[in-house]
Structures are given as structure tokens and as C-alpha cells.
Design a protein around this ligand. Structure first.
Ligand SMILES: [Zn+2]
Ligand SMILES: [Zn+2]
Length: 382
């Protein structure tokens, strides 16, 4: 297949012009491919909570205007001269994930999700060299279009080589996998790569969105005996039970989930707790639900500068741990194919989370996400 021209490619993308501004579909012009990039035509883009945190301006690391989106699936249209992975070909279908530097001690020891350059590479919206890769067609204004090395809310975009994982199946199958690169690997990886519970464990998940529910799936896959799912929306519990939750707690009805978890665990409290909400009050509640030798994990993104209180004596007496987990500590080129195969064998039923929307219907997708009608909205571009 012949490579297309990579200079001044015209496309469309959802641009955010400032905090709390809408996702506005606009015409973009990309400049030219860099050596370590691929030109990717998006077919599907997942919407992750982090995109909304940045659109709302709760974290303002990326300057505006910017194209967000960090879960994508699409076709390689061109390959930069310096791309090292010679298995990648024009026409290949790929899933997109986090980019990383490959050079720091964390990348070199198998922890690219904790790359020392991660904040800059993921969140500034620029290329690693600081340049921007797109302009607004109408005004010529620069647009940050490299969020997590990809900005998957653009139909066509330059993607860092490290963000690309080859998908060996039909593109039409990829809608259910579009969120591999962040949501799924974060939820499943927190359980499988970081907490590693044994079957006798009790594990509590706070917040039943994509990350929380993939954590539930992974806990079931690891045969965890007691999986307690906590949310404020009753509508989430049927799917949580279907995916493996053994107990559910509506924390609107039981604001003190501590007492309820004590009861459910026979007084021992939980071995593992995962907060997927990022809400400081929920994190504090989670910290009180941990039993002796237990681990509490922060996964949901809290607002910048948020503070919580923790009783260190309680943590000392129980030899407890409170940790942060980013992207499930995944190595995307290894872990994403594993999760794809788990789905195909029925052990990771992420298809139950996904609703596909036409790319023009992003407002409806966001509405459905907020009211709980939809768990993982995926935009279809073509
Ligand atoms: Zn690194
Ligand atoms: Zn994300």
C-alpha cells in the first residue's frame, strides 16, 4: 500500500478553547510527520474521565486550544522514517495507549506508565520536542494535538510510536477495545499487575465506571472470593454483579460504607480497596475500610491540589499501605494484547460497557455518561 502525503493533512477534531468550554468540532491542518511518529486515521475514540478533567480545567497543565482524547483505535496511514518497530505497516490497524520516553529508569525497568517524563509527554499536549502538530484551519492558531502522544479526538493525528499497539483482528471488532489504552488497562492492571490479590482476598471497588468495572472483571478473573462494589447509582449494580461483584453497597443509602464493609467482611475489613472516583471524601472513606496488612489504591484522578486526611496511627498499627496506581503499571505492547485475548475467551467482557456514538454526537455521549445511561462512550469516526 502506498503511503499518503504527510504534509498539511487536513482533518477535523474536537477542540477545547479554554476551561469549561465545549468540545467544538473544527477543521484542523496537521504540519508534517516526525521521525518517531505514525499518521493514524481514527476509527474509534473512547472518552475517558481524564479528558473531562482537562476540558473542565480541573487540572490545567495542557494549554488551550487543545484536542484531548487518549483512547483510540485506527489505521496507520503513514510511518515516520525513525519508527523502530518494523512489524508496523501502512494499513495496519492499531490500538492507542500512553506514550513514554523509553530512556528513563522506570521505562527501562518495565514501568512505562510511571515514566519520569510522563506528565510532560501525556499532559502538555505538545510533542516531546515542545512543538505543536496542528493548527486551526480558519485562523492558523496552534493547537495542542499530542495529548498522551495521540489526541484521539482528532479524526487524523500524528501518534508517537510508543503509543501504538498492533491489533490483529478486523477493525470492526475494535469498538469494544478502543478503551484498552487507558480505562481498561488501568482498571484491570491495578488488580492484576499491582495489587495481585489471592483467591482468599476481599477487594472493594469504589466507583463503577469503566475503570471500576474492569477492576471487578480482573478480580473475578483472579478468582477473588469477595468483590464488593460501591457506587451512588443503583443502576450500576446489576452490571457489577453480572461482571463478578459478590456484594454491592449504595453509598448514598450507606454513607458510612466502613460499617457495611466491616459487616460484609466478618469484622476483618478489606484486604484491598480501589478508589476510582477521585473524590477526596470517598478516598478518605476508602482509607478507613482497609484491614490489617491491606492496601488502599488511588486510581481515580482527584482535582489538582486536593487534600485528604489519613490517620497514620491506624496505618502503622495495621501495617497498611496507601498507594497510587497509574495506568495499571502496564506495559501496553504486552498487556493490551493479553487483555484482547482475555476478552476473546470470555474472561474480560468489556463489550458490556461500550456504547458507540457517531462522531457528531459527542454531546449525547457526554450526557449519557453523566447520567449513567452509558458506561464507556466510544466515538465512531468512519
Ligand atoms: Zn521514561
Ligand atoms: Zn484515561
Amino acid at each position: 500500500m502506498a503511503e499518503v502525503s504527510t504534509k498539511n493533512v487536513e482533518t477535523i477534531g474536537y477542540v477545547v478553547h479554554g476551561p469549561k468550554q465545549e468540545f467544538k468540532l473544527e477543521d484542523l491542518v496537521l504540519d508534517d510527520i516526525q521521525d518517531n511518529e505514525l499518521l493514524v486515521d481514527m476509527k474509534y475514540s473512547g472518552i475517558c474521565h481524564t479528558d473531562l478533567v482537562f476540558q473542565q480545567g480541573e487540572i490545567q497543565i495542557c494549554k488551550y486550544p487543545a484536542v484531548f482524547g487518549h483512547e483510540g483505535a485506527g489505521t496507520i496511514k503513514a510511518i515516520g522514517r525513525g519508527v523502530k518497530n518494523k512489524d508496523l505497516k501502512v494499513g495496519d490497524f492499531v490500538l492507542l495507549s500512553i506514550n513514554y520516553c523509553e530512556e528513563c529508569k522506570f521505562c527501562k525497568t518495565g514501568h512505562p506508565a510511571n515514566c519520569i517524563e510522563g506528565t510532560r509527554l501525556h499532559l502538555h499536549g505538545n510533542r516531546p520536542d515542545g512543538s505543536t502538530s496542528a493548527k486551526l484551519k480558519e485562523t492558523g492558531e496552534s493547537v495542542r494535538c499530542h495529548f498522551f502522544g495521540q489526541s484521539s479526538f482528532a479524526k487524523t493525528t500524528f501518534v508517537q510510536e510508543t503509543s501504538v499497539v498492533r491489533f490483529p483482528y478486523a477493525p470492526e471488532e475494535a469498538a469494544k477495545f478502543a478503551a484498552m489504552g487507558c480505562g481498561y488497562q488501568t482498571g484491570a492492571g491495578t488488580v492484576m499487575n499491582i495489587l495481585k490479590p489471592n483467591p482468599d482476598s476481599s477487594l472493594v471497588v469504589f466507583g463503577l465506571g469503566t475503570v471500576g468495572l474492569t477492576a471487578v472483571m480482573a478480580a473475578k478473573y483472579m478468582k477473588v472470593k469477595q468483590i464488593i462494589a460501591v457506587d451512588i447509582k443503583e443502576s450500576k449494580f446489576a452490571v457489577a454483579k453480572e461482571l463478578g461483584a459478590t456484594d454491592t453497597i449504595n453509598s448514598r443509602e450507606f454513607p458510612d460504607s466502613v460499617a457495611k464493609i466491616k459487616e460484609l467482611t466478618g469484622g476483618a475489613m478489606a484486604d484491598y480497596c480501589i478508589d476510582c472516583t477521585g473524590v477526596p471524601a470517598v478516598i478518605e472513606n476508602m482509607l478507613n475500610c482497609i484491614g490489617m496488612l491491606g492496601t488502599a489504591a488511588t486510581v481515580g484522578v482527584p482535582p489538582a491540589g486536593a487534600k485528604i486526611s489519613l490517620d497514620p496511627l491506624q496505618y502503622l498499627f495495621g501495617s497498611k499501605k496507601y498507594i497510587g496506581c497509574r495506568e495499571g503499571d502496564s506495559i501496553p505492547p504486552e498487556y493490551i494484547p493479553k487483555l484482547v485475548e482475555m476478552q476473546r475467551s470470555g474472561d474480560f467482557p468489556v463489550e458490556k460497557l461500550v456504547t458507540v456514538y457517531d462522531y457528531k454526537d459527542i454531546e449525547k455521549a457526554l450526557h449519557d455518561l453523566h447520567d449513567g445511561t452509558c458506561i464507556k462512550p466510544v466515538i465512531q469516526w468512519s
